[in-house]
Ligand binder design. Sequence first.
Ligand SMILES: NCc1[nH]cc(CCC(=O)O)c1CC(=O)O
Length: 314
Amino acid sequence: MTDRNPDTPILRLGTRRSPLAMAQAEETRARLCSAHGWEVSAVELVPVLASGDKIKDRPLADIGGKALWTKELDAWLAEGRIDAAVHSMKDVETFRPAELCIAAILPRADIADVLVGASSIRSLPQGAVVGTSAPRRAAQLLNARPDCKAVPIRGNVATRLAKLQAGEADATFLARAGLERLGETSVGTPLDPEEWLPAPAQAAIGIECRVDDEETRELLAAIDHRESHEAVLAERALLARLSGDCHSPIAMLTSRDGDRLTIRCALYSPDGTQRIERSGHGTADDHGWIEDLARELFANLKPGMTPYFGLERA
Ligand SMILES: NCc1[nH]cc(CCC(=O)O)c1CC(=O)O
């Protein structure tokens, strides 16, 4: 890249503005520069304000709007103002615009949820108030501890920790991956993912671009981590078959043995009183087993679990 004008980036990378999103964009830039031997200026980070970031006072699951984190970045991609967009895959809609593709998934970070404010679910005080706006975490909590109360809490990681300090709740949940990316590794106690299944695509950073932008797709392919990519696509495929989204009380955990992927999936009623779990396995290139797993889950739904878990039902 000796003859490159340093004022003209090779790739414009769109990102949300939150500290976590910026950290993820920085990680993506570092991986791109390292993979291609570029200097930092080759990748321009373009912060975009997402609609989800403008709404601070309500649980997002209540708002009913869609694409709260992706709408603006999608538009900027479509208009060619950015070449690619960095996302927490956990928050990305189950169904994406056909013009876009997930060109890369970075190596997945620690998938565990962290409990802040107590050393385990069991040791939460009787009747503890736990701040979480995630229907999955609320249902998991109430399933394990029906005496506890889940109350909405919003804001970025720092805001949530401050709210805990201020006594808004006795405890809260955060994703370990997010804390690690912010350098906050000593916060809270990680929950064993085998016992407390994470959200679909938790801890995965994905980079999207326009399907017809071959050049960008090729540049991004260099930082794709195949095993993480396959697991995340499998989890998203199951979520799609369940008609779920990031507001659904659905938890899953993928493990891998050679070419064989296994997904354990748990569905909850929103109040946590009901839980079912099934698992399935198969390869990444044929998702027939995921369809079978979804069908088996549907065949075993309990009262309060509806075939449609997402926002549109509300
Ligand atoms: N729901 C918001 C969100 N989206 C992604 C992460 C963390 C990073 C990740 O899981 O990739 C978080 C914060 C959290 O759940 O604590």
